[in-house]
Design a binder for this molecule. Structure first.
Ligand SMILES: CC(C)(COP(=O)(O)OP(=O)(O)OC[C@H]1O[C@@H](n2cnc3c(N)ncnc32)[C@H](O)[C@@H]1OP(=O)(O)O)[C@@H](O)C(=O)NCCC(=O)NCCS
Length: 416
């Protein structure tokens, strides 16, 4: 089925209509509703709350595929054959380790630094060790992209364990991408339920069309800069709480501010009274439920039901139990908040609301939430960098200058 994209007569132009001469060119603040190019990667149906990677529905991919296969799909454009998939997975495994100098660099950073800052700096440094650093061909970009996807979990797990004074856990060659990531970060090999849930979180974050970080990545490579610079720009952009940083913000307000079910509605009312935004709600494109939030909510509910039946207790890592002694179940508070915000404001949950609680239940430290988003989105960023470079046009919009011109320059000693 073709995506329902309404076409207008002239739907592609790289010539602005004499914009330099216009005194009042139309401004689309925040580029709301502006299409900057065409893409074959991801389709978001914001009205019906649907998301497709290369034409495949996200829910199908979560149920039937794996993060590795989704990464292949995003980067190469098609699902792999069996042999292509084996080769791809082997490459990802082979590329998991990081150079000793990068480990030394991670150890040299100040403690209590956000993991996303560590990642931004480490990815930038990693480019210096890439054997293809100065090869800008598409094949080299794919090799570099694969290394980035493969190494990011190792960088993040190592950064987390260094920051928390824990011994490093070397990558394992016999675990899947997500199980290995979980293992290196927590020191525990996940069981099947945890591995599948964690893999689904990664799949749900793997791409989202031209979101702010992907836009940054495409802008950077559109200057014919390198793919590592594109990913570094993307990580810096992802960090903000209006984008990838929202998942950490959600967990912080759940655990530090709301704490109990009965506090949810008064807390939200106060936020609205103060005209503050509630992280984890709202989206530029979705005007209904974010399909990623729905998928993660279902998984989260599954875990909650198991916990209610007493099945989960042994699996939840220790720090979770410490928190649960004083805080109600996150899923219960999340559900109350969702119901209230939809009813009061007609604003729906986005991916960050449910990924936060689910990751918490899986035992992922809050400080690793946003970096985990980056590790997963790296597949999408790489796919977009490659697509941008296939048919590149420098991305360079305009700003309408509204200040004065031809001002009289006054020498410093004559200024008041
Ligand atoms: C994602 C987001 C930045 C989209 O922003 P946007 O398309 O620029 O939309 P706006 O911020 O202009 O929001 C439109 C209206 O909805 C309100 N709104 C949007 N998200 C809101 C939220 N999370 N909490 C409260 N109100 C919200 C705005 O206040 C605004 O109301 P107004 O028209 O009365 O001023 C915005 O929804 C947001 O800040 N959400 C919280 C951060 C978050 O969860 N980010 C992760 C996104 S995946």
């Amino acid at each position: 089925m073709k995506a329902d994209i309404r076409k207008i007569e002239e739907d592609y132009t790289d010539v602005a209509p004499e914009s330099s001469e216009l005194i009042h060119p139309k401004i689309y603040k925040g580029l709301v509703g502006v299409y900057v190019d065409e893409s074959l990667i991801t389709y978001i149906d914001g009205v019906n709350g649907k998301l497709y990677y290369r034409g495949y529905a996200l829910r199908d991919l979560c149920e039937k595929s794996t993060f590795e296969e989704v990464a292949y799909l995003l980067i190469h454009g098609t699902l792999p054959s069996n042999s292509e998939f084996i080769e791809f997975k082997d490459l990802l495994i082979k590329e998991r380790s990081i150079p000793d100098n990068i480990v030394t660099l991670l150890k040299s950073f100040p403690r209590n630094t956000t993991r996303i800052e560590l990642l931004r700096t480490a990815i930038s440094a990693l480019s210096l060790y890439d054997p293809d650093d100065y090869d800008y061909t598409e094949q080299a970009n794919i090799r570099k992209g694969l290394r980035i996807v493969a190494k990011m979990p190792t960088l993040l797990a190592f950064a987390h364990r260094i920051q928390t004074n824990l011994p490093l856990v070397e990558p394992s060659e016999d675990l899947s991408h997500s199980a290995n990531y979980y293992y290196m970060m927590t020191g525990n090999r996940p069981d099947k339920d945890f591995e599948e849930a964690f893999d689904d979180v990664l799949i749900c974050h793997a791409d989202h069309s031209i979101n702010p970080s992907t836009f940054s990545c495409r802008v950077t490579v559109s200057t014919l800069s390198d793919i590592y610079s594109g990913i570094t720009s993307a990580i810096g952009t992802l960090r903000g709480t209006l984008h990838g940083g929202a998942n950490e913000a959600v967990m912080k307000f759940m655990v530090n501010e709301i704490k109990k079910k009965e506090n949810v509605i008064p807390w939200a009312e106060k936020k609205f009274e103060n005209k503050e935004k509630i992280m984890g709600f709202g989206h530029r494109v979705y005007k209904t439920w974010d399909p990623r939030a729905e998928i993660l909510r279902d998984i989260f509910m599954g875990f909650f039901n198991k916990a209610q039946d007493g099945e989960l207790i042994d699996k939840i890592p220790n720090h979770e139990q410490d928190i649960h002694d004083e805080v109600d179940y996150i899923i219960e508070m999340t559900e109350i908040l969702t119901g209230y915000v939809i009813k009061a404001k007609g604003i729906y949950p986005n991916v960050d609301l449910y990924s936060a609680g689910l990751l918490h239940t899986l035992g992922i430290p809050t400080a690793s939430f946003t970096p985990l988003f980056a590790a997963s989105r790296s597949a999408g960023w790489v796919a977009h960098a490659i697509e941008q470079l296939k048919n590149n046009k420098l991305i360079r919009p305009r700003l309408r200058y509204i200040g004065e011109i031809e001002k009289n320059y006054v020498k410093i000693e004559e200024r008041y």
